[in-house]
Write a protein that binds this ligand. Structure first.
Ligand code: ADP
Ligand code: ASP
Ligand code: MG
Length: 413
C-alpha cells in the first residue's frame, strides 16, 4: 500500500463527464490499496475567465482581492469531485488551501508555500477517506487568501506530496507525459520515459508549460518522485514520464533531452552608449527598480569609446521598458534605441551536453539550412538558447528536433 498524491489539471476536470472520469481513476487507485490525496485545478478556461472579469472591473486589480477571486475556480472543482466520489460510494472530503493550512508568504498572485500542516489530511486518510484539496491557493499569516502563480496546482501537489512523504506525486494532464518538445507543435515529438529534475527544471524555465517551474524545484529539493501522465487513458496502464534524480545507469543517454520555446520574449538595444564602468548598472538598474525581470543580456565589444547593449524582457513589459530606456538614453547620451517584440527563444536542453562538444555547431547548421537568422545566443552547462524571429518558431523547433534525432521512430504497421 502506498500514499499517492494525484493532481488533475484544467482539461482533466473540464466537464461533469471529466469529473466522473477522475473520480473513477481515484477509486481505481484506492481499490489497488493506496491512500489517495487529490489536488485539482479550476475547470479549463475558468481561471482565464476570472482574470478577464477582474480586469474588466479594474486594471490592474488590487492584488489581494484578485487572489480572493482567482481562488474560487478551484473551490468549484473540489466540491464537484468530492460530490462525484461520494455519489460513487467513496468517502471523500474536500478542502480549500486555507482549510489544510497551506501557509504561504503574502506575495499575492505569486505566493510561495512556507509550511503545510498535514494533520487533518492524515486523520482523513486514516478514517478511509479520499482527501480532495484545491490547487493553486494558500493562506498567509494574516489569514488572507493567496494564489501561487499560473499553473500553481502542480506546486500544491508536489508540496503536499513532500509534506505527507508520499510515495509518488502523479500529475495527470492532457498529454501522456513529458515529450521531447510540445507535441502540439511537433507531432513527431517523442515521449520520454524518464527525465532528470535538472533537465525538467530547464525545460520548464525555458517555456515548456507542462509543469510549473516551482513544482519541479520543490520536487528536486525534497526528492519527491514525480510522474506526468494522461488523465485520458482509460486503460489505466500508461506509465507516463518519471522525473527523477540523475542516475547514470538508467537515464536515457541522449545528448539532447528536449527543446523548449518561449513566445513571451521581447528584445531591446541601446546603441552607442559610453563604454565605461557602471554602464550595465546604469541601464539595468532602472529596469530592475521597475520590477521588470531581465532574461538574456549581451554587451558588444566597444569601438570608438562606445558600445551597444542588448537585453530581453517579458513581452508584457516591453512598452514599459522602452519608456524607461528613453530616460536612460537621455542620461547616457546614447545614440539610439531599437526594439523588437516579435521574437521567440528556442532552447536545447540536455545533461549530455556536459560531456559533448559540437552541439552548438549542429544547432547553428540546422538553423542556417532553413535560412533562419539567429539574433542572440546564450549558453549554460546543459542548455543553448537562441533568439529568432517569431515567424520562424515552428520551423526552428522542427528543424532542431530532426537535426538532433529526436523524432519518433516510425513503427511498422
Ligand atoms: P494542465 O491544465 O493539466 O495543468 P497544461 O496546459 O498546464 O495542463 O500543460 C499541458 C500542456 O503542456 C500540453 O497540452 C502541451 O501542449 C504542453 N507542453 C509544452 N511542452 C511540453 C512537453 N515538452 N511535453 C509535454 N507537453 C508539453
Ligand atoms: N487554475 C490555475 C491556472 O489556470 C492553476 C492551475 O491550473 O494549475 O493557472
Ligand atoms: Mg498546468
Amino acid at each position: 500500500m502506498a500514499l499517492i498524491v494525484q493532481k488533475y489539471g484544467g482539461t482533466s476536470v473540464g466537464s461533469a463527464e471529466r469529473i466522473h472520469k477522475v473520480a473513477d481513476r481515484v477509486i481505481h487507485a484506492r481499490n489497488q490499496g493506496h491512500d489517495v490525496v487529490v489536488v485539482v485545478s479550476a475547470m479549463s478556461g475558468e481561471t482565464n475567465r476570472l482574470v478577464a472579469l477582474a480586469k474588466a472591473v479594474a486594471d490592474p486589480p488590487k492584488a489581494r482581492e484578485f487572489d480572493v477571486l482567482l481562488a474560487t475556480g478551484e473551490q468549484v472543482t473540489i466540491g464537484l469531485l468530492a460530490i462525484a466520489l461520494e455519489a460513487k460510494g467513496c468517502p471523500a472530503r474536500s478542502y480549500t488551501g486555507a482549510q489544510v493550512h497551506i501557509l504561504t508568504d503574502s506575495a499575492f498572485n505569486k505566493a510561495r508555500i512556507l509550511e503545510i500542516d498535514d494533520q487533518r489530511m492524515r486523520s482523513d486518510l486514516q478514517a478511509g477517506r479520499v482527501v480532495v484539496v484545491a490547487g493553486f491557493q494558500g493562506v498567509d499569516a494574516e489569514g488572507s487568501i493567496t494564489t501561487l502563480g499560473r499553473g500553481g496546482s502542480d506546486t500544491t501537489a508536489v508540496a503536499l506530496a513532500a509534506a505527507l512523504k508520499a510515495d509518488e506525486c502523479q500529475i495527470f494532464t492532457d498529454v501522456d507525459g513529458v515529450y521531447t518538445t510540445d507535441p502540439r507543435i511537433v507531432p513527431q515529438a517523442r515521449r520520454l520515459d524518464k527525465v532528470t529534475f535538472e533537465e525538467m527544471l530547464e525545460l520548464a524555465s525555458l517555456g515548456a508549460k507542462v509543469l510549473q517551474i516551482r513544482s519541479v524545484e520543490f520536487a528536486g529539493k525534497y526528492n519527491v518522485p514525480l510522474r506526468v501522465l494522461s488523465s485520458f487513458d482509460d486503460t489505466y496502464t500508461n506509465t507516463g514520464t518519471l522525473i527523477t534524480a540523475e542516475d547514470e545507469s538508467t537515464m536515457e543517454q541522449a545528448l539532447i533531452s528536449g527543446i523548449a520555446f518561449n513566445r513571451d520574449e521581447a528584445k531591446l538595444t541601446l546603441l552607442g552608449v559610453p563604454d565605461q564602468p557602471g554602464i550595465a548598472r546604469d541601464i539595468l538598474g532602472p529596469v530592475a527598480d521597475a520590477n521588470i525581470e531581465v532574461d538574456m543580456i549581451i554587451q558588444n565589444i566597444g569601438a570608438d569609446g562606445t558600445t551597444d547593449f542588448t537585453f530581453t524582457v517579458h513581452r508584457n513589459d516591453y512598452a514599459k521598458t522602452l519608456e524607461i530606456l528613453q530616460t536612460v538614453k537621455a542620461q547616457l547620451k546614447a545614440r539610439e534605441i531599437s526594439g523588437d517584440n516579435k521574437i521567440v527563444k528556442v532552447s536545447l536542453v540536455g545533461v549530455g551536453m556536459r560531456s559533448h562538444a559540437g552541439i552548438a555547431s549542429t544547432m547553428f547548421r540546422a538553423l542556417a539550412a532553413e535560412s533562419i537568422n539567429i539574433k542572440m545566443i546564450s549558453t549554460s552547462e546543459i542548455k543553448i538558447s537562441v533568439v529568432v524571429d517569431e515567424k520562424y518558431l515552428e520551423l526552428a523547433v522542427r528543424a532542431l528536433h530532426t537535426a538532433f534525432d529526436l523524432d519518433q521512430v516510425a513503427t511498422a504497421a
